[in-house]
Design a protein. Structure first.
Length: 94
């Protein structure tokens, strides 16, 4: 997780992307670290760099399609829902 706090937005974006890919391909490898991954993604979703934030949002979409979504996200919902709502972008038509 050393690169997760890298000052470079590009590195943080790539960390988020790598975690999303791991979630899709090797979920079992992430399970022992899922609490730390979820915490990191909560922080990354609020990243001031829009590209990091967007990549972190991909994680939430990807994890919802896994068998462990309910188990791992249930305790985070009180924190996750406000973060996602704050991160939403509306158009003038919305």
């Amino acid at each position: 997780f050393a690169l997760a706090v890298d000052p470079s937005a590009e590195v943080r974006k790539r960390v988020c992307h790598a975690l999303v890919m791991l979630l899709d391909v090797h979920l079992d490898c992430l399970l022992p670290h899922m609490n730390q991954v979820v915490e990191y993604m909560l922080i990354s979703t609020k990243d001031p760099d829009e590209l990091v934030s967007l990549e972190a949002c991909e994680f939430w979409s990807a994890i919802c399609e896994t068998r462990v979504a309910k188990e791992y996200l249930k305790g985070y919902l009180p924190r996750l829902i406000p973060v996602l709502l704050e991160s939403m972008v509306y158009t003038e038509l919305d």
